[in-house]
Write a protein that binds this ligand. Structure first.
Ligand SMILES: *Cc1c(COP(=O)(O)O)cnc(C)c1O
Length: 455
């Protein structure tokens, strides 16, 4: 007789204990080790033959993961991870992510998942309130800023097409500055619009520059939207959102704010003022998997007028008709290009409910303070040069006399020594050093330890 087909689906306490023990250990690492880059040949050799007909002993598979695979993943939640944008989920959020997984929680439609959606929407409402968006605002959680930007700008495009009475053949442009995130440029390729490039003023996209650029252009009516960034990923610069919003109103442009990284600053009193004008956004994205301490992958996408998004994104298929009958209070699937979606807003919801908003404010302010103190230390150090006063939690600086190769060698050595993960970045065509602070457990001692290696 062949083995029962449901043998993988039956309760298995041994497996539960095995995996839970591992998770308990991982959650208690203090500090989380940085770990290392991987060697492809070694990893492939370790994995060789694993996916066979009959499976393997779970303890052996978990050991392989723990000893080999997990060591070749640099821990984004280490307080010494200061590259790109780190991810430092709260323990409550991490734990609840496991609940979302073990209960197969989805958040597609009200019919199927009202409880999960009500909780997710509570978080979206909190964020919308911080931004000053109206009561009618709403949206959904998507996988990341890239997915959020794409979903929002499709709505901008289609709303403009309807307003102008034009079809897909019409040339449409969206105003951006140089430092706009690469995902917005990708979005333009995907949705068939062109960039209307506006020069920055001190690296900031201002309303005045936008107004001047539109006035100088022979076809300003083809510009249908503007994307402001709050703040830029590399430098943490918040655009002149109030000025951009004003021009958007004058010209009937869709105003999208990409706050994937910096949107969390709405919760930080010391920088809140920089975001003034965001209350006029037609759409807004912030990644809780960045500075709102949620696990991957989680971005909040909020529209001023969600009906416009629903008109664009609702999927039409006969097997889905039942979702759009009486009582379909809110279907998250209708507000982005996705259909199936994990209830990925719930880990943030649980953590916010447990810890309260003030704990978030404190943790975000900690990153801002680290950036300010690091900037001061760099100013006071002879062989280091601060490139600008940090506005959020990114700090870019130079080591006088260093070449490109020096920065890369230094960065690799820091990681090899497990002192820090600090990758170089570009600045006006030069290679420079950059910290992105986010983890509230990062200390100035760690920063000094890193800077001391730049002698
Ligand atoms: C990170 C980032 C994105 C992309 O977000 P993902 O979550 O990586 O898809 C977009 N815009 C800005 C400003 C970002 O910092």
């Amino acid at each position: 007789m062949s083995a029962a087909p449901d043998r993988m689906h039956r309760p298995d306490n041994e497996l539960v204990d095995l995996v839970f023990d591992y998770m308990r250990e991982r959650l208690q690492y203090d500090p989380v080790p940085l770990d290392h880059p991987g060697d492809g040949e070694h990893l492939r050799a370790q994995l060789s033959g694993l996916l066979n007909q009959d499976g393997n002993n779970p303890a052996d598979v978990l050991k392989l993961y723990d000893h080999e695979l997990s060591r070749a993943v640099i821990s984004a939640d280490s307080p010494r991870y200061l590259s790109f944008i780190p991810c430092a989920p709260t323990k409550a959020a991490l734990l609840f992510d496991m609940v979302v997984s073990c209960a197969s929680l989805q958040g597609i439609s009200w019919l199927e998942a009202a409880g999960a959606i009500a909780a997710e929407n509570q978080v979206l409402r909190l964020i919308a309130d911080r931004a000053g968006m109206p009561e009618t605002a709403g949206g959904t959680f998507v996988s990341g800023g890239s997915a959020g930007n794409l979903s929002a700008l499709v709505v901008a495009r289609d709303t403009a097409r309807r307003r102008l009475g034009v079809g897909p053949e019409a040339r449409l442009r969206i105003a951006v500055a140089d430092q706009v995130h690469s995902s917005v440029k990708n979005t333009f390729n995907i949705i068939g619009v062109e960039a209307f490039k506006v020069p920055t003023v001190n690296r900031r996209f201002t309303g005045e520059a936008l107004r001047a650029a539109l006035a100088a252009d022979p076809n300003p009516e083809t510009v249908i939207a503007v994307v402001g960034t709050g703040g830029t990923t590399n430098e943490g610069i918040v655009d002149d959102l109030a000025g951009l919003a004003e021009v958007a109103r004058e010209r009937d442009l869709w105003f999208h704010v990409d706050g994937a990284y910096g949107g969390a600053g709405l919760f930080a009193p010391s920088v809140r003022e920089r975001y003034n004008g965001i209350e006029h956004a037609d759409s807004f994205v912030v990644d809780p998997h960045k500075w709102l301490f949620a696990p991957f992958d989680c971005a909040a996408l909020i529209y001023r007028n969600p009906q416009l998004a629903r008109a664009v994104h609702t999927q039409d298929a006969s097997y889905l008709d039942v979702l759009h009958t009486e009582g379909d209070e809110w279907n998250p699937t209708d507000y982005a290009y996705h259909l199936t979606r994990r209830a990925r807003g719930l880990p943030l919801w649980f953590s916010l409910a447990v810890h309260g908003v003030q704990a978030y404010t404190d943790a975000i302010e900690a990153g801002l303070t680290l950036a300010r103190e690091t900037a001061q230390l760099i100013r006071e150090t002879d062989h280091l040069e601060l490139l600008f006063d940090p506005q959020l939690s990114a700090v870019c600086f130079k080591r006088t006399g260093w070449t490109n190769e020096d920065y890369y060698r230094w960065s690799q050595q820091l990681l090899a020594d497990q002192i820090g993960f600090v990758t170089p970045t570009g600045w006006d065509g030069e290679t420079v050093a950059r910290f992105a602070f986010l983890h509230p457990g990062t200390t100035m001692e760690m920063v000094k330890e890193i800077l001391d290696t730049m002698v």
